[in-house]
Design a protein around this ligand. Structure first.
Ligand code: BT5
Length: 307
C-alpha cells in the first residue's frame, strides 16, 4: 500500500497525530508531514487540531479523493486529461504493476473495440484498472462481465435506467442509447494471464451534444452525479464480484436487457439471428435460432424487434 493510501485510511476514522501516524506506518514524522502537504495540495482541507490531523473536506474528483474511504486496495493515478487511460494502464501493466487504476476527467484519444474511437469529453468517468489475476486467458471475459455488472449497479443507484447489452455495452433501457463502453485488453501465456487491463468509459457529467449520435449521459438522465462516490462503487463492486463466476453471471442476468430479446450477432464466422436465452461462463451468449441452439463467444450484437 502506498503511504498516501495508508495515511488516508488512518485518517478516515478520525484525527490522528503526526507522531502516532509515523509510528503506526513505520515511517518518519517528516514523511507523514510531506504526505499531508501533498494531500493539501491536491485539495484536501486538513486541519491540525490538538488531537492531530483531521480531514475537514475532500476534493471532488482526483486520485487521493477516490482512494479516501475506498474499501478495496487500489492505487489511483488521476489525470485531468490523457490520451487513453487504457494505453497508460497497459504501460503500467508492462512495468509489472498490479491493482492500479488510471482515472481521467477527459481523454483526447479514447479507444473502443476494433480500433474505433471513443469520445471522452471532460466530465466523464474514464477508468482503466490493471490486474494480474490467477486466471486462464479463456476466463478473462468474466472480468469484463463483472465490470459491466458493477457499473450498471452503480448507475442504477442514482436512478439511471441502465441495462447491459451483450457482451458489455451499457445502454439506457428505455431508448437503447449508449451510456458506457468497456474495453478489456490482456497479455498472457496459454494457461495463465499475465495482466489484464479493463477500461470503462462512462458518459457521466457531460452534455449529449458532446457525444456521438445514439449516446446519452448520466447528466441528461438524472443530473450530475458525485463521480468520486460513483468510481468507488464501481471499483468496490467489481472487486467483490471478480473471483466469483456464479455471482458475476447472476449479476449479469439481473442487469441484462439482451436476454429474452431477438438479436442479430455478427461473429467472425457469420451472422447469428435468434432469441437470446442465457449467458454461460465465461461470457457466451446462448441463442435459439431456427436451426437450433447456437453459442456465440464474441461479436457485435444488435437487438431486433420481435417478428
Ligand atoms: C466500446 O467500444 O464501447 C469500448 C469503449 C471503451 C472506452 C473506455 S474509456 C476508458 C478506457 N480508455 C480507452 O481508451 N478506452 C476505454 P465499441 O463497442 O467499439 O464502441 C465504439 C463505438 O461507440 C464508436 O464507434 C461510436 O459509434 C460509439 N461511441 C463513441 N464514443 C461514445 C460515447 N462517449 N458514448 C456512446 N457511444 C460512443
Amino acid at each position: 500500500m502506498t503511504s498516501r493510501k495508508a495515511i488516508l485510511d488512518a485518517l478516515a476514522s478520525g484525527p490522528v497525530s503526526g507522531p502516532a501516524l509515523a509510528e503506526e506506518l513505520g515511517v518518519s514524522r517528516t514523511a507523514v508531514w510531506k504526505q499531508v502537504e501533498v494531500l493539501r495540495e491536491s485539495g484536501f482541507d486538513i486541519e491540525t487540531t490538538e488531537s492531530g490531523y483531521r480531514i475537514v473536506s475532500v476534493p471532488d474528483f482526483c486520485g487521493p479523493a477516490v482512494e479516501y474511504g475506498l474499501d478495496t486496495p487500489y492505487r489511483v493515478e488521476y489525470h485531468d486529461a490523457i490520451a487513453s487511460t487504457n494505453a497508460r494502464a497497459r504501460e503500467l501493466a508492462k512495468a509489472g504493476e498490479d491493482r492500479v487504476v488510471v482515472l481521467a476527467d477527459e481523454q483526447t484519444a479514447g479507444r473502443g473495440r476494433l480500433d474505433r474511437a471513443w469520445n471522452a469529453p471532460s466530465g466523464g468517468v474514464y477508468l482503466s484498472f490493471v490486474l494480474r489475476p490467477e486466471l486462464a486467458p479463456m476466463q478473462a471475459p468474466l472480468l469484463t462481465l463483472a465490470a459491466a455488472v458493477a457499473t450498471t449497479r452503480a448507475l442504477r443507484e442514482p436512478g439511471v435506467d441502465a441495462g447491459i447489452k451483450w457482451p458489455n455495452d451499457i445502454l439506457l433501457e428505455s431508448t437503447g442509447e449508449k451510456l458506457v463502453g468497456i474495453l478489456t485488453e490482456m497479455e498472457g501465456e496459454a494457461d495463465r494471464v499475465s495482466w489484464v487491463v479493463c477500461g470503462i468509459g462512462v458518459n457521466a457529467n457531460v452534455d449529449s451534444e458532446d457525444l456521438p449520435e445514439g449516446a446519452t449521459s448520466v447528466r441528461e438522465q438524472v443530473g450530475d452525479i458525485d463521480r468520486r462516490a460513483f468510481t468507488q462503487r464501481v471499483l468496490e463492486g467489481f472487486d467483490s464480484l471478480r473471483t466469483n463466476p456464479d455471482a458475476i453471471l447472476d449479476g449479469w442476468r439481473e442487469g441484462a436487457i439482451t436476454l429474452g430479446q431477438r438479436v442479430r450477432v455478427e461473429t467472425a464466422q457469420g451472422e447469428v439471428v435468434g432469441e437470446a436465452l442465457d449467458i454461460e461462463s465465461p461470457g457466451r451468449l446462448v441463442i435459439e435460432t431456427d436451426d437450433g441452439t447456437v453459442r456465440v463467444h464474441a461479436g457485435d450484437c444488435e437487438h431486433l424487434r420481435p417478428v
